[in-house]
Write a protein of this length. Structure first.
Length: 188
């Protein structure tokens, strides 16, 4: 759970709930996660945290996917994926040649610690995550929770239903793999 989030977690509805039923129980937490993610966007971005949460909710409702959530972790994982897709789509729009295109790749270490992640870096990360998902989808889920929603290792482990040591191992592997992948792609 994110520090300072509401105490509604204990009152989370039973499994098999719809997005509309889940949202009141995780809305404050999603806003905090979105606010964290928006704080990492380049200066001058126009998307607000509340708008991002609302867009995530609309995507979860309308994407044709499951609207029957097994757990809080299942819902948060889907929200992290939706947040990732929204931010990547925005980055792609900003990177079109009409808007100045042309980008360079950076390392994951830089991305995870930077307060200003460029659209180009976000696109490079997204491409690398897609390749990593082919072999290690569980590690990609952890990266999405850590990078796109700002969860800690412990919070991510809880959301994924794995131990903290397993989450640490996933994180170390994913960071190394992504660093190598992005370095090789940048050299090309």
């Amino acid at each position: 759970m994110v520090n300072g989030s509401s105490g509604k977690r204990a009152n989370l509805p039973a499994t098999g709930r719809s997005s509309a039923e889940m949202l009141p129980f995780v809305y404050d937490e999603l806003r905090k996660l979105a606010r964290f993610r928006m704080s990492q966007e380049p200066h001058g971005h126009t998307l607000q945290a509340t708008a991002l949460v609302h867009e995530v909710f609309l995507r979860l409702r309308s994407c044709g996917g499951s609207d029957n959530w097994d757990s809080r972790g299942h819902f948060l994982a889907a929200a992290a994926e939706a947040m990732r897709r929204i931010l990547v789509e925005r980055a792609r729009r900003k990177q079109t040649l009409k808007r100045g295109g042309g980008w360079q790749r950076g390392s994951l270490d830089h991305l995870c610690e930077a307060s200003d992640v460029s659209p180009a870096e976000l696109l490079a990360l997204d491409e690398s995550l897609t390749r990593l998902a082919e072999e290690h989808p569980e590690k990609v889920e952890l990266v999405k929770l850590r990078f796109f929603t700002g969860l800690t290792i412990q919070e991510s482990a809880e959301a994924l239903g794995v131990s903290v040591s397993t989450a640490n191992n996933y994180w170390a592997f994913a960071r190394s793999w992504l660093h190598l992948e992005m370095s090789e792609s940048a050299a090309d």
